[in-house]
Design a protein around this ligand. Structure first.
Ligand code: ACO
Length: 464
């Protein structure tokens, strides 16, 4: 039976108000509800938090579509671009950015460019940073690390965290050697304290380092990355392809074994500390342009579910404009036809759709689907899916709160009996797949219901 799935999230809330100091660009607008923040795969250690829904303000005013397609159906309306995008707080890179900004605004975290100028403050910070590097980069000889960190030609972006007692501790940093005449900076060491890793600080550290490089008038960052840090650097915009002419860097970079030379080209139009507002503006611009060629922004009135039976697809509001000759044929992944050239594909799709409307062909299709459905229902793994989930009987009391589009074999049978619903195999297959997806999503990997669902899917995939 489906079991109650562990819901993620804690009661901790992050606030996201106000602009970043020194920047007029980014703003976030709060929404009413709060929800759980799904972390990005790969950032496993990041705690999941419940965050208040919010929208990011675009970095620049977005020009509106000049000639958007207008609603042309009674009751239809055009959605605003903002509403098409909805809240941004479901994007993990946005929530991380907002959290970092909020921490910096509250003074809990600071990033400071520090050079050994002999001052006590600089020496204390650089000593703290050297200790982080020694712990996080154990293969690096200690004297070498100390020499570079305290070298007066090197500079470091230090990440300083204020502890609850008020004490300030260096939690990470990036040590680099700027070569102003050559136009680049070489990153020598970069690390975040073990207990603060994979929470987004490494990204923020790099963003501050890039902004500092822009201040210094540099165009490139180069680094000899440890093999195990190559993936991190790639995510920060570094590449193994070096575009900087060799005469500008060869002889300046220290080369050693087990490293990969990587380069990041700086773009002065990008505010690296505020990427989400920039992406938001780009996304909105694209949607505005799309409004001139697509109807994706038009919301049509729904159909009366009581009249569902016998409603033809083309009678559904909003679908009248679809040119059936341009509907792509079912994909090979669905186990059905795959066409040849695109023109042939379109006409074969139209022919297929017309054929599926033919009563004789439709009857043949339903007979075939019924045979498959009988086999599915008699399969040993089918028993949990024979009828709709009963929350009381199964103990899955929140099932219908979690699963918004339930599906089961009895409903599929009823749809098949109705005669007009499954006009092709893809719709039938989509219902089966939804049933399996619900089971997997609700129960999670490794659960026996998930395994039964997947076994059933393997079975019917070879039949439909
Ligand atoms: N391998 C693969 N991916 C990584 C790694 C890694 N070693 N470290 C971080 N990432 C990914 C994260 O999963 C995250 O991905 P996402 O954006 O898709 O979620 C992304 O990189 C950014 O992660 P952050 O949380 O911003 O980075 P973090 O705070 O963990 O700092 C750092 C990254 C500095 C590499 C840290 O893990 C660290 O100190 N590691 C040990 C020291 C080290 O290896 N330093 C680099 C040596 S090379 C040199 O110094 C030139």
């Amino acid at each position: 039976m489906p079991s109650k799935r562990q819901r993620k999230g804690t009661s901790k809330k992050a606030s996201h108000t106000g602009a970043h100091p020194g920047s007029a660009l980014p703003e976030v607008k709060r929404e009413g509800a709060s929800r759980s923040d799904d972390t990005t795969p790969g950032s496993g250690a990041a705690p999941e938090e419940e965050v208040e829904d919010f929208r990011v303000e675009p970095a620049v005013p977005v020009p509106r579509a000049l000639h958007p397609i207008e609603p042309d159906h009674p009751g239809a309306y055009a959605m605003s671009t903002e509403d098409m995008i909805g809240v941004d707080s479901h994007l993990s890179y946005v929530t991380r950015w907002a959290r970092m900004r909020a921490e910096e605004e509250r003074g809990e975290v600071q990033f400071r460019a520090v050079r050994n100028d002999g001052s006590r403050e600089a020496l204390v910070l650089l000593l703290g940073l050297k200790n982080v590097f020694i712990r996080q980069l154990p293969n690096m000889p200690r004297p070498y690390v100390a020499r570079l960190v305290f070298d007066r030609k090197h500079e470091s972006t230090t990440m300083i965290k204020r502890l609850p007692g008020g004490e300030e501790v260096v939690m990470g940093g990036c040590c680099y050697r700027p070569f102003p005449e050559q136009g680049f900076s070489e990153i020598a060491f970069l690390a975040i304290s073990h207990n603060e890793q994979v929470r987004g600080y490494g990204t923020r550290l790099m963003a501050h380092t890039k902004e500092r490089a822009k201040q210094l008038g540099l165009t490139h960052l180069l680094t000899c990355a440890d093999n195990n840090a190559v993936a991190y650097f790639k995510k920060q915009g570094f590449s193994k392809i070096i575009t900087l002419p060799p005469e500008r860097w060869q002889g300046y970079i220290k080369d050693y074994e087990g490293i990969v030379l990587m380069e990041c080209v700086l773009n002065y139009k990008v505010d690296y500390l505020n990427i989400p507002p920039l992406l938001k503006a780009q996304k909105m611009c694209l949607l505005e342009k799309l409004k001139e060629v697509s109807r994706s922004h038009i919301v049509y009135p729904g159909i009366d579910v009581k009249q569902m039976r016998g409603v033809r697809i083309e009678d559904i509001p909003g679908l009248q404009h679809i040119d059936l000759t341009k509907v792509p044929p079912p994909t090979a992944a669905h186990g059905t036809r795959s066409g040849g050239a695109s023109g042939a594909k379109a006409s074969s799709a139209a022919a297929a759709i017309a054929a599926e409307r033919d009563p004789v062909q439709l009857a043949a299709l339903h007979k075939e689907l019924q045979q498959v459905l009988n086999q599915i229902k008699s399969h040993a793994s089918a028993w949990p899916f024979l009828q709709p989930v009963d929350p009381q009987e199964t103990g899955a009391y929140n099932y219908y709160e979690v699963v918004k589009n339930p599906m089961d074999l009895r409903t599929i049978q009823e749809r098949l009996d109705g005669g007009g619903y499954y006009v092709n195999k893809d719709i039938f297959l989509a219902d089966l797949n939804r049933m399996v997806k619900n089971a997997v999503d609700y129960n999670g990997p490794g659960h026996y219901i998930t395994e039964l669902a997947q076994s059933l899917q393997r079975f019917y995939s070879s039949k439909v």
